[in-house]
Design a protein around this ligand. Structure first.
Ligand code: TXE
Length: 479
């Protein structure tokens, strides 16, 4: 199936007629092609967005909200089709896409469709100066949204929905590795009555299509989720043009387990926070630190549970771990397992590729647990972004806090304890944008989402996202 650029409400071949292959990770086969879009395609998308802006930015909140909620309903009505498409493109179990990716993509549209009706700005009376100030929150114009391959539709819509709700028009690019559900979204937007040109989706490589978006002089804001190196590059390109930037980048998140936690809950959740989506979630707790007194017990129980996870074809109902997203990514993750061995880490389970009958060329890897000797080894410092976690014991709060913070990243942290004072102390001191206590990935879309240090700048979610996608203008009236 060939994917086409979605520009001005229509589907177009790329101007140069160059195409890229699209792979199915579950069997390693090419199953379609996507546009290898150039600067000219991006320019067309921009022109379409620019033409739609005057009208869209003046559309009533009621009307914008109605359309966004309609998109959400149509996504829900097409759950099975979208979940299967996401799984085929990404390798994730269909069951996961059905339970998480697609419902959350629908929630993004519903949430921001509602949120915009509640978004208000401030007014300040300058007492004694006979003046009143009020702040306008105006849409920026044409904005760029660039998303990664791990949660394709979920993260794509996480940017697009607030951008549209705030009255902007969008030029968006999904990852070239997982373009399919973005393509299907175009059809749904038409069906929902989103006016032509309000959303434009171009497909292609980061270095060319993505680059054309970030260096476009009139695309004034970029919302990006992806690797830290790409984020740094985008910041460099965007800074001299004074673009607004929201960058959600990599993570190497600590999962800190104290002996006083609810053990069974912790164990079940830790399996999930380690290996959900084949470990390809920026929020996964890939560094597990366990209090010394329960370390040996945890090690045995955790490894047993991980060994019981079924690696299988994404369409099978009992599959826990599907395929990794691409061959190069599989190779990257395998390299890290070798690095761990070279660094004297002990592979407690996993570490090998898995061959599945009839799908021998799929990108399958066993969930892998590595016991490390030092928190400073490479596998404990660098983002692997696959089904690989490290474990090591700690003796006290100060020590684990220091280890948790001693990485370049700062996206999320998970803490397992029933000690309230310790919870408060540690939550204050963990260098992260998000701290989960006795849970993981429990999301409320009103909360700020993003990281510190090399995990990015800016916050998404709730009114933070609506603030990002608007410019504040103060009007001061003397009376
Ligand atoms: O991401 P890229 P990659 C991490 C993870 C992974 C690593 C690299 O560790 O192994 O990043 O993954 C677009 N201008 N994360 O290489 O390249 C690209 O086309 C504009 C964590 O796949 O950052 C895609 O749409 N755009 C992350 C998007 O950026 C450019 C999720 C992300 O791809 C561009 C994914 C450019 N010059 C990977 N170059 C998370 N935070 O969840 C690339 N792109």
């Amino acid at each position: 199936m060939n994917i086409k650029n979605y520009i001005n409400g229509n589907f177009h071949n790329p101007i140069q007629d160059n195409w890229l292959d699209n792979y199915n990770p579950s069997n390693g086969k090419i199953y379609g092609q996507i546009p290898d879009s150039t600067k000219e395609d991006v320019e067309n998308a921009y022109i379409s967005a620019k033409s739609a802006f005057p009208s869209w930015s003046q559309t009533t909140l009621d009307e914008r909200s109605r359309i966004l909620i309609k998109i959400s309903e149509l996504l829900e009505a097409n759950l099975q089709r979208f979940a299967e498409a996401e799984s085929k493109d990404n390798g994730k179990p269909v069951s996961l896409a059905k339970q998480i990716d697609i419902p959350r993509a629908a929630s993004n549209f519903r949430f921001f469709g509602n949120a915009i009706t509640q978004f208000a700005s401030e007014s300040h009376e300058s007492i004694g100066q006979q003046a009143i100030n009020y702040t306008l929150r105006q849409p920026i114009g044409v904005v760029g949204c660039i998303s990664p391959w791990n949660l394709p539709l979920y993260l794509f819509t996480w940017k697009i929905a607030p951008a549209l709700a705030a009255g902007n028009c969008v030029v968006a690019k999904p990852s070239e590795v997982t373009p399919m559900t973005a393509y299907l979204l175009g059809e749904i937007c038409n069906e929902a009555g989103l006016p032509k040109g309000v959303l434009n989706i171009v497909y292609g490589l980061g270095g060319s299509t993505g680059q054309a978006i970030i260096e476009h002089p009139d695309i004034k804001a970029i919302s990006f989720t992806g690797g830290t190196a790409t984020g740094a590059h985008i910041a460099k390109v965007a800074a001299p043009m004074f673009k607004k930037l929201s960058l959600e980048l990599g993570g190497k998140n600590p999962n800190i387990i104290f002996a006083d936690c609810d053990y069974d809950d912790m164990l079940a959740t830790t399996v999930r926070s380690s290996f959900a989506n084949q470990g390809q979630i920026c929020l996964c707790g890939s560094r597990i630190f366990v209090e010394h007194s329960i370390y040996e017990k945890f090690k045995t129980d955790f490894v047993n549970k991980v060994k019981a996870l079924k690696v299988g074809h994404p369409s099978e109902k009992d599959t826990n771990i599907g395929a990794l997203v691409s061959k190069p990514h599989l190779e990257k993750v395998k390299e890290y397992i070798q690095i761990a061995k070279d660094e004297n880490g002990t592979v407690l389970c996993g570490g090998n590729e898995v061959t599945i009958t009839d799908y021998e060329n799929g990108y399958y890897l066993e969930p892998t647990v590595i016991e490390v000797q030092s928190d400073e080894c490479r596998v404990n410092q660098e983002e692997i972004f696959g089904p690989v976690v490290t474990i090591m014991p700690f003796t006290n709060e100060d020590q684990v806090l220091q280890m948790a913070n001693k990485v370049k990243y700062g996206l999320s942290a998970t803490l397992w304890t029933n000690d309230l004072k310790r919870t408060m102390r540690m939550s204050n001191q963990l260098q992260a944008g998000i701290v989960w206590v006795n849970t993981w990935m429990l999301r409320d879309l009103r909360t700020p989402f993003g990281g510190v240090k090399a995990s990015g700048v800016g916050r998404e979610g709730g009114f933070e996202a609506l603030r990002f996608f608007t410019e504040a203008k103060n009007v001061c009236i003397k009376y």
